[in-house]
Design a protein around this ligand. Structure first.
Ligand code: GTP
Ligand code: SPV
Ligand code: MN
Length: 594
């Protein structure tokens, strides 16, 4: 295929030429989104061992991939925002001068695709050609990346059509290079709409449409253009009368977004006709609608979900979603029937198996505590496979939000649920989020850190300016969503979860929706409104009223310490911290002192 005949956009051609001159691939192949090309790439990747074809009867069109052992999660310490002015990256992001970054990474990319093919992936975040969609071109030397991007985004020649002769796009360049950890960089140039990623082959580091574009670059675009890019699931809560309320929720990585988005209500709710519909499980692009509400759409086309813990009980919808056309990364390979397994799938680990590192996973290995799957092993599955996919998934308008929910993993401190006292107070609640770290990023697991709006690793600019943007957005909407905070992870003194979670979270969603409809009262506390215990339906939940009361307690002494921690956290933003948030902190302190 003659590239210049198909690609009419000079800027795309120039981007390909310049990148090819740098990386020096043997071949350049345009990804057209066709089944023929996909099948050929799958076959090629199977022949080299890059992916393994799984049992066609049990898992049709599914594949297994193992990354390098040193390359299993996002690398936050090697992720940089490269804007001209260091201050604009803020105190939380790593920063590099753009000139230096291009030079440093240019040396790494130099000749990196020699002997390899450079694939050109035209993709759309959002429905191709729709008003709120945005286009990216990713250049990569990895077939695994191509196959994943074909699931996670909308890929094909129609994207080039929609881009037109001089449309703008986000330029993404990725090379596995040699997978050298010491030369692994995930670089963002928000002022140039550019992303460079080298020496990784893992998920969020290399599927450049996802965190790099749809969150880091898009959050920067959103600040300048008056919209928001958030690390949020979107779900529809359908009531027995058919009316559906939409909720977006921001939880940090591996803290329950996919699970909540695909929730199956407990029997008592199903009998009455309640349903949950999935619009998105990871990213929401949010804008102001003509009706004065906030509207959210999911720019992705698939799910890159955490495998461990996903099972027939915790998340049957996710499990079902992964039964065809799915790529599994870093899970165990069951050799008895050529399928996959991970911790928490069931209680029967396969006898004859290979672990995520590619080693035999035998009785001795199991006895020694070797895991079959990596804790951050993932499935890449098409959204259309999901049994509870919302009919709004394909609606370019997205959905109007009734509620925004923040939440994290907190063993103590945060109650099961509370409601903020309005927009600015809600922004405060999001800004003070804290959560235990997970295996989704390299580094220690289980350490509590501040993760404002679950965007700490994903905000493409100064976090103080990001808070200010949230405050501004509230001024633009006549009917803003109500803002809540949840915590499914509160522990008792023995270290057990107090709340059963998963499907049972429906009981909390019901309270949230009723609050949005002003159908239920609440109890005021120093941090916001908590439910009157009688207003959380515990029927068949196995949770006692005493436990619920414990889950809803707001301990003043704990929160006074928390307030000191918030003050400390806020200091680093200096005069870029919106005055509304300092006022909210002062109000919290005053409430606690009462
Ligand atoms: P990313 O894809 O990394 O952004 O994460 P996510 O927020 O979509 O995470 P996911 O839903 O996959 O959550 C994964 C982890 O959270 C697993 O360890 C689950 O077992 C756990 N989890 C999810 N929901 C609940 C819950 O309601 N209660 C408890 N205790 N654990 C939960
Ligand atoms: C996350 O870490 O929040 C993810 C997975 O959703 S990744 O795409 O690897 O970032
Ligand atoms: Mn995520």
């Amino acid at each position: 295929m003659n590239m210049a005949e198909v690609i009419k956009n000079e800027k795309v051609l120039r981007f390909i030429d310049e990148s090819a001159a740098l990386c020096n691939p043997d071949k350049i192949v345009l990804i057209d989104g066709s089944k023929e090309q996909r099948d050929a790439l799958r076959a090629e990747a199977c022949s080299t061992g890059e992916i393994i074809k799984l049992n066609e009867d049990l898992l049709p069109e599914c594949y297994l991939h193992r990354t390098a052992v040193n390359d299993v999660a996002r690398v936050e310490d090697r992720t940089f925002i490269c804007c001209r002015n260091k201050d604009d990256a803020g105190p939380i992001n790593n920063w590099m001068d753009p000139k230096e970054a291009y030079k440093m990474a240019g040396d790494i990319f130099k000749g990196s695709m020699k002997g390899r093919t450079m694939y050109v992936i035209p993709y759309s975040m959002g429905i191709v050609g729709s008003e709120f969609a945005k286009i990216g071109i990713e250049l990569t030397d990895s077939i695994y990346v191509v196959l994943n991007m074909e699931i996670m985004t909308r890929v094909g020649l129609d994207v080039l059509e929609a881009l037109g002769k001089d449309g703008d796009f986000v330029k993404g360049l990725h090379s596995k290079c040699t997978l050298d950890e010491s030369k692994r960089y995930i670089l963002h140039f928000p002022e140039d709409d550019t992303i460079w990623s080298c020496n990784s082959g893992y998920g969020g580091n290399v599927l450049l449409g996802k965190k790099c574009f749809a969150l880091r670059i898009a959050s920067y675009l959103g600040k300048n253009e008056g919209w928001m890019a958030e690390h949020m699931l979107i779900l529809g809560f359908e009531k027995p009368d058919g009316d559906t309320k939409y909720i977006a929720a921001a939880f940090p990585s591996a803290c329950g977004k996919t699970n909540l988005a695909m929730l199956i209500p407990p029997e008592i709710y199903r009998k009455k006709g309640y349903k949950i519909w999935t619009v998105g499980d990871d990213i929401a692009w949010i804008r102001v609608g003509a009706d004065g509400r906030l509207w959210a759409m999911n720019p992705e086309n698939g799910f890159f979900g955490v495998a461990p813990g996903t099972n027939e009980k915790s998340n049957p919808n996710a499990l079902h979603t992964t039964q065809k056309g799915t790529i599994f990364t870093n899970v165990a390979h069951n050799l008895d029937n050529n399928t996959v397994w991970w911790e928490g799938l069931d209680k029967n680990p396969p006898k004859n198996a290979v672990d995520w590192k590619g080693n035999p996973w035998d009785d001795a290995a199991k006895a020694a505590g070797v895991k079959g799957a990596h804790p951050n092993s993932r499935f890449t599955a098409p959204a259309k496979n999901c049994p509870c996919i919302s009919k709004a998934f394909d609606d370019p308008k997205g959905v109007p939000l009734s509620a925004i929910v923040f939440g994290g993993r907190r063993a103590k401190t945060a109650p099961l649920v509370y409601q903020s006292k309005g927009w600015d107070n809600g922004v405060f609640v999001g800004s003070i989020m804290a959560s235990e770290t997970t295996a989704a990023a390299t580094g220690a697991v289980g350490v509590v850190r501040r993760d404002p709006m679950a965007m700490r690793p994903f905000c493409g600019y100064h976090m103080g300016d990001y808070f200010a943007h949230w405050i501004e957005m509230g001024k633009k909407v006549k009917n803003p969503p109500k803002i809540f905070n949840v915590n499914w992870f509160r522990l008792d003194d023995e270290g057990n979860f107090l709340w059963p979670g998963f499907g049972e979270n429906m009981r909390v969603l019901e309270w949230i929706v009723k609050r949005c409809e002003e159908k239920v009262g609440a109890v005021e506390t120093p941090i916001g409104y908590v439910p009157d215990p009688k207003d959380i339906n515990l029927e068949d939940s196995g949770v006692s009223e005493a436990t619920l009361k414990e889950l809803l307690t707001v301990d003043k002494a704990t929160w006074q310490k928390e307030a000191d921690g918030i003050e400390e956290f806020y200091k680093q933003f200096g005069d870029r911290l919106p005055k509304e948030l300092s006022a909210e902190l002062a109000a919290l302190k005053a409430n606690l002192a009462k």
